[in-house]
Ligand binder design. Structure first.
Ligand code: FAD
Length: 290
């Protein structure tokens, strides 16, 4: 089923992001997490593609099993970096064969250690090209794109970032999922600006529950989002006073409040970055008034 139609029919909602575990031995434990998170009645679950390296082939299989065995509608992510049109087409055909009609179309990051990577050498230079490719060949697909309330680090300005996201919508993106962020004002302002530019599609905010100081710093280093100074210092204080447990409790409190404010302020739902763990998302879901 097309997630675009599901979103139109049910708001607000919770959705989930998973990444395919690299090693097959980890799959049973992974599916236990999916089973536990079914309790939240997620509208859909997205499965990353190649993020963290080397698991692209597993994206489709994990997504198919999430649909078949757990009855959760999947979105597969798809990145174009390093890929030919033929490769993308093969993946999209496999999606069609697996009866999956949802794809989050992405460019992807440069290969590890190649910060000066030249995207102009690629068959697909931008996510907008991937979106166009999919919508032309697979018009039945519900295609989404990534959005950045704190602009993408490569964007020369906030306006140019917004213009490119608007272009994603013009090329056929029917929904957007945001990079994680911690300040809801950024999200609401971003959605207002996109709407005023005529890009009026559901913008689903990505929420990351902070579970430990170390992992928070690692993830933020990867994606370029910022933790508000006050929140960061309270996390550090909590760590000094009460260790990991205190950080976890504060992270949960923040994520629940953030998600509730997003929903109360009119977000279509909240997309929880699960990091393939159940407890934190269960706690958020159980405490949200939806
Ligand atoms: P783009 O939209 O191409 O943006 C990259 C830069 O190019 C931006 O500055 C943008 O403004 C600019 N730009 C876009 N289109 C044009 C254009 N037509 N002309 C000129 N400039 C343009 N990575 C993975 O490897 N696997 C995943 O599964 C994955 N999932 C993600 C899910 C979400 C919700 C998000 C927010 C990110 C995800 N990422 C994933 C990370 C993503 O690949 C990186 O952020 C990457 O650097 C940019 O990808 P993009 O699709 O946003 O690229």
């Amino acid at each position: 089923m097309r997630v675009c139609d599901l979103i139109a029919g049910k708001s607000p909602f919770i959705s989930l992001e998973f990444f395919p575990p690299k090693e097959k031995e980890a799959w049973p434990g992974f599916f236990e997490v999916v089973e536990k998170l079914k309790e939240l009645g997620p509208l859909f679950a997205s499965v990353t593609y190649g993020a963290g390296g080397g698991t692209q082939d597993n994206t489709l299989e994990i997504a198919s099993r999430i649909k078949r065995d757990y009855g959760i509608e999947p979105i597969t992510h798809l990145t174009s970096v390093g890929a030919s049109g033929e490769k993308l087409d093969d993946f999209l055909k496999s999606l069609r064969d697996a009866d999956i009609q949802n794809v989050l179309a992405l460019r992807g990051d440069p290969p590890k250690g190649q910060d000066d990577f030249d995207f102009a050498s690629q068959e697909f230079r931008h996510a907008t090209d991937v979106i166009e490719f999919i919508t032309e060949r697979y018009p039945e697909m519900c295609v989404g794109g990534a959005a950045y309330p704190e602009p993408h680090p490569e964007s020369p300005s906030i306006q140019s970032d917004l213009d490119m996201v608007k272009l994603k919508v013009d090329k056929g993106a029917q929904f957007l999922v945001t990079q994680l962020f911690f300040d809801n004002r950024l999200y609401f302002d971003y959605v207002d600006r996109l709407k005023s530019m005529g890009a009026d599609v559901p913008v689903i905010p990505g929420v990351l529950p902070i579970m430990s100081l170390r992992s928070a710093k690692f993830i933020l280093g990867l994606c370029g989002a910022a933790i508000p100074g006050k929140f960061l210092s309270s996390l550090e204080r909590a760590h000094e006073d009460g260790g990991d447990e205190a950080v976890y409790a504060l992270g949960m409190e923040y994520a629940i409040r953030q998600a509730q404010e997003l929903i109360d302020g009119g977000a279509p739902g909240v997309h929880l970055y699960t990091l393939n763990r159940a407890e934190a998302c269960l706690e958020i879901g159980r405490n949200l008034k939806i």
